[in-house]
Design a protein around this ligand. Structure first.
Ligand code: SF4
Ligand code: SF4
Length: 109
């Protein structure tokens, strides 16, 4: 029987990482670590905001589960695509339909 090729070892994975290294209860031990989870990498739909329609009601801002909608404190600015996962909540909640969801594939062409 042929030998299977070895999988390339990823640098960030410890060689002997095991369950004993997971903090009890899966607790997060380092503040701000969620910034490393860039959920935008697996987004299938991208929200596009039409600034001419936006009335800055902040509904999208308060409902976004990823806190991906940026504001300057007075107005809603843009959407941080590093963290937007494309759930579409902002588009559904917007009272003036200023946000539309587009297929991510359209932007990769
Ligand atoms: S699509 Fe979802 S994650 Fe992205 S900005 Fe809208 S509410 Fe936030
Ligand atoms: S919900 Fe719509 S109108 Fe309100 S701030 Fe967001 S994009 Fe603008």
């Amino acid at each position: 029987m042929d030998k299977y090729p070895e999988f390339p070892k990823e640098k960030h994975v410890k060689k002997k990482a095991g369950w004993k290294e997971i903090p009890i209860g899966g607790m997060i031990t380092k503040a701000g670590s969620s910034l490393l989870n860039k959920t935008g990498t697996w987004r299938a739909f991208r929200p596009i905001k039409d600034d001419s329609k936006c009335i800055h009601c902040f509904m999208c801002y308060v409902h976004c589960p990823e806190n991906a909608i940026r504001s300057d404190g007075e107005k809603v600015k843009d959407i941080d695509l590093d963290y937007c996962k494309g759930c579409g909540i902002c588009a559904r909640i917007c009272p003036v339909k200023a946000i539309t969801m587009k297929e991510e594939a359209e932007f990769n062409e």
